[in-house]
Design a protein around this ligand. Structure first.
Ligand code: ATP
Length: 257
């Protein structure tokens, strides 16, 4: 099907078509398509933009990743399908950032497919294809990780994670940064630094902030972040957006030319 660039939901339709292809190739599982739908619904509620509180969280996330001794970004099928290029960009912007495949629905073949998508996008080294350690508190395959990656990480970025794993990583001692459009998800609630924003927007913004530290005279510190305040700000942004729309004070931005 040909998609018209003038369609008001052009970008979303392109993303959906890409995910449907990724599902046919085995990169994304059917559950991943449901997760995308849930995310899109929250993006509507947020006004499909990066809110000021999300931007602040992204700046803090860049600082944490640059301050960490062993920063890791955890990648699942949806993240590889939607944002492999942005993951590669982030890995270039954060020296020492390990990129690890971490799958809820793990098979060796799927782990290899995710790793291949990341390498094709420019990620030089991908961990987690053959896991070598286990995070306690997670049943079966879901706790499998790489000893050189998540197992020893002090800061882990978990885009589109599920709540159990975010909680287990935190209990294991890592600081958890989440990217999840749903401020009410257990992941957002468990994270030390929840980013309530769309994946591609968030990763690009974090990378841009991380690059600014190249010129800094010293390494940043792991500063305190008020996660509860940030989550409340995301809910307030939704509430304000809905109030504006309910009052008829909102215009959809013009589609790209
Ligand atoms: P939890 O266990 O944390 O309550 P969940 O069961 O909703 O979460 P999943 O179904 O795995 O977890 O969904 C992952 C989350 O990712 C969802 O909350 C969804 O809002 C979010 N999400 C999906 N697509 C995107 C995207 N493109 N950008 C940001 N967030 C997204």
């Amino acid at each position: 099907m040909r998609l018209s660039r003038r369609h008001p939901r052009y970008r979303s339709l392109v993303v959906r078509a890409g995910l449907a292809r990724a599902a046919r190739s085995g990169l994304v599982v059917p559950e991943g398509l449901i997760a995308q739908g849930r995310g899109e619904a929250f993006d509507y509620l947020l006004g499909e933009r990066t809110t000021p509180s999300a931007r602040r969280a992204e700046r803090a996330a860049a600082e944490w990743l640059r301050a960490a001794r062993h920063p890791v970004v955890s990648v699942n099928g949806n993240v590889a399908a939607l944002a492999a290029r942005e993951v590669a960009e982030l890995a270039r912007a954060v020296p020492g950032l390990a990129v690890e495949v971490n799958l809820f629905h793990r098979t060796p073949g799927r782990a290899r497919t995710v790793a291949a998508a990341l390498r094709a996008a420019g990620v030089v080294e991908v961990l987690g294809v053959r896991p070598t350690a286990r995070i306690p508190g997670l049943p079966s395959d879901r706790g499998l990780v790489d000893r050189a990656g998540i197992y020893r990480a002090d800061v882990v970025l978990v885009p589109l994670e599920d709540g159990d794993r975010a909680e287990a990583l935190r209990a294991f001692g890592a600081r958890v940064i989440s990217i999840d459009l749903n401020p009410l998800s257990r992941t957002s609630e468990a994270a030390d630094l929840p980013i309530v924003d769309e994946l591609v927007r968030a990763l690009s913004e974090i990378a841009a902030h991380a690059r600014r530290w190249d010129r800094a005279p010293r390494r940043p510190r792991l500063r305190r972040f008020d996660a509860e305040r940030s989550r409340r700000a995301a809910l307030a942004a939704i509430s304000r957006h809905l109030t504006r729309r309910a009052a008829g004070r909102w215009r959809r931005p013009a589609p790209p030319r």
